[in-house]
Design a protein around this ligand. Structure first.
Ligand code: CUA
Length: 353
């Protein structure tokens, strides 16, 4: 059942720049340089090969040689170019030249690899780094912020993460590198925000690492880049790079328990007495489920269902009524809630800023 309003919102992710050719982090700058460099070397070789080829085609083409009788004379051996066998200078030239090209490419690739690779945690001390864990689920992202500078934090959120921008202001230059560990709760996924970093896979039973840093605040979007099942295409990434002040404010709010609005007591009761609590956590309440996204500050997000849908009352109400109509095969079933309960729960969740 297509829902065009929802589709239009999902497309929002694709209005943003997702080109690896507009890097916003040192590692992606290296990746772009590598791309241009390899392309240039390849283009140079192509130009040389085609140059020689076309020169030979023209220079040594068979020439018509008409006798006075009008009869065509066959090409004689005398008109062919000299045939060369076993020339040592030529052998050396076409061995050494490709050798130099391969060496050059190897050096640039190794250098890029070193720049992209995660530095050791000991380099983190005093670096104003933010560390977080990313857990891939079918089909959403869990984020656990672990530390901010030397403050240890343990705050869980889902699908939209905020991180700080560094400053390139000469006087108070401060880099804010971000270190992520990546794990999977089920199948293989891949974390790919093209402007911030290369792809890193999330593999069951393994912890991978990546890092990036940027000085440009803004929304960076991406996409799960490893086929992970029916809703792989709707496993979108949204990374908000905030100014340090905005980030501090966001983090402070995320660390608080959920808003407890007395006016929503009925909706809260409806949520707590239904199956919702088995899968979802709302900190500060008796909902401690770990299977689905943490909803403590759901209403502070712009989207839900892994960036698929804009978060507003109408969309959330449709989702709670029957998620399968929106995200087929997602792991949240329709619970057959009454219209009244759907409305109560929706109103309650919309207060969780
Ligand atoms: Cu997760 Cu594809």
């Amino acid at each position: 059942m297509p829902n065009f309003q929802l589709l239009a919102v999902a497309a929002d992710n694709f209005l943003h720049d997702v080109s690896t050719l507009s890097p916003a982090s040192p590692s992606t700058e290296w990746i772009r340089f590598l791309f241009y460099f390899v392309t240039a070397v390849g283009a140079f070789i192509l130009a040389v090969v085609w140059g020689v080829l076309f020169y030979s085609l023209v220079r040594f083409r068979r020439k018509r040689n008409i006798r006075s009788s009008g009869e065509e004379q066959p090409t004689s051996a005398a008109t062919e170019p000299p045939q060369v066998y076993g020339s040592i200078p030529i052998e050396i030239a076409w061995t050494v030249a490709p050798g130099i090209i391969v060496l050059l490419l190897t050096l640039v690739i190794v250098r890029t690899e070193m720049e992209v690779r995660v530095r050791q945690p000991k380099d983190l001390a005093g670096a104003h780094a933010v560390t977080a864990a990313v857990v891939g689920h079918q089909w959403w992202w869990e984020y656990i912020i672990k530390s901010d500078g030397d403050k240890t934090i343990d705050v869980v959120t889902a699908n939209e993460i905020h991180l700080p921008a560094g400053s390139d202001n000469e006087e108070k230059a401060k880099s804010r590198p971000v270190y992520l560990t990546l794990e999977s709760a089920d199948v293989c996924h891949s974390f790919w925000v093209p402007r911030l970093a290369g792809k890193t896979d999330l593999i069951p039973g393994r912890v991978n690492e990546m890092w990036f840093e940027t000085t440009e605040p803004g929304l960076y979007v991406g996409q799960c880049a490893e086929y992970c099942g029916a809703q792989h295409a709707n496993m979108l990434l949204r990374v908000y790079i905030d100014t340090p002040e905005e980030f501090a404010a966001w983090l402070e709010n995320e660390m608080k328990p959920a808003v407890n609005d007395a006016g929503q007591a009925e909706g809260q009761r409806a949520f707590m007495t239904q199956s919702c609590v088995n899968c979802h956590t709302i900190r500060g309440t008796q909902a401690h489920g770990k299977f689905g996204p943490d909803l403590t500050h759901l209403a502070a997000r712009k989207t839900f269902a892994a960036g698929m849908i804009e978060l507003n009352r109408d969309n959330l109400r449709k989702w709670i009524g029957d998620p399968q109509k929106i995200k087929v095969e997602c792991l949240m079933p329709a619970f057959g809630l009454s219209e009244r309960n759907v409305n109560l729960i929706t109103d309650y969740l919309m207060t969780l800023k």
